[in-house]
Write a protein that binds this ligand. Structure first.
Ligand SMILES: [Zn+2]
Length: 224
């Protein structure tokens, strides 16, 4: 704990130096992005996106899971509704990561014998497990885990769209969905695009091209 306590002191000194900034922040938050990520201590949304205080509205849990609407009475549906309907975020990022322990556990349910609550939580990701078992039967080990992490992010993007607050904004074209995977060994973030159906490293692309890598909006497309 000692390093946390010295961190608090350091922060308080910085707070004193930038009082105007912090008093403006205290007046209210206006983040434009809901960032949904894993609780893993190595995947900090603000650090990997180099965002400051007030920029990201963050929801983290084991395995960056978005339960389908009506499937959970936990904080997730309330957090999503608040971000979209009250704060008016314009973008939602679901970010998985390489080497995710929750996804690994989900692929091996027997490993959770003594963790009944984790097992119950990961049941929300059963669609991912079935996709891997039935469509990626040729993969094992690291390759299987990598496929599961990517497919899992896309399943959570589908689950997001079952939330009424998100569905309404999608139909109006007022929110954009992003499916990302953070690669822990390279520091890259790979993003899915519906245009080519692939994940590509955002840092390999020119900014305008990287900005176009997003999940297509099926609801808006239907209206055209
Ligand atoms: Zn994880």
């Amino acid at each position: 704990m000692d390093h946390l306590l010295s961190g608090l002191h350091q922060f308080h000194t910085q707070f004193g130096r930038e009082k105007d900034f912090y008093s403006k922040l205290a007046g209210g938050q206006h983040p434009s992005v809901l960032f949904i990520g894993c609780s893993d201590s190595r995947v900090d949304p603000s650090i990997i996106t180099q965002s400051g205080l007030g920029e990201l509205f963050v929801m983290r849990n084991a395995g960056n899971i978005v339960p389908c609407y009506g499937a959970s009475n936990g904080g997730e549906p309330a957090t999503i509704e608040y971000a979209v309907s009250a704060l008016g975020v314009t973008d939602i990022v679901v970010c998985g990561h390489s080497g995710c322990g929750a996804i690994q556990a989900m692929l091996n349910p027997d490993s959770m014998e003594k963790l009944p609550l984790v097992r119950g939580w990961l049941n929300h990701a059963e669609a991912t497990r079935r996709i891997i078992v039935e469509n990626y039967a040729n993969l094992t080990g690291e390759d299987q885990l990598a496929a599961a992490v990517s497919e899992h992010v896309l399943v959570q993007i589908e689950n997001l769209q079952t939330h009424p607050a998100v569905a309404v904004k999608l139909q109006r074209g007022e929110v954009t969905l992003h499916a990302w995977v953070y690669q822990m060994t390279s520091g890259e973030v790979w993003a899915y695009s519906s245009d080519d159906g692939k994940f590509t490293a955002l840092t390999d692309l020119p900014p305008e091209e990287a900005g176009r890598r997003k999940v297509g909006n099926p609801r808006q497309a239907k209206r055209k």
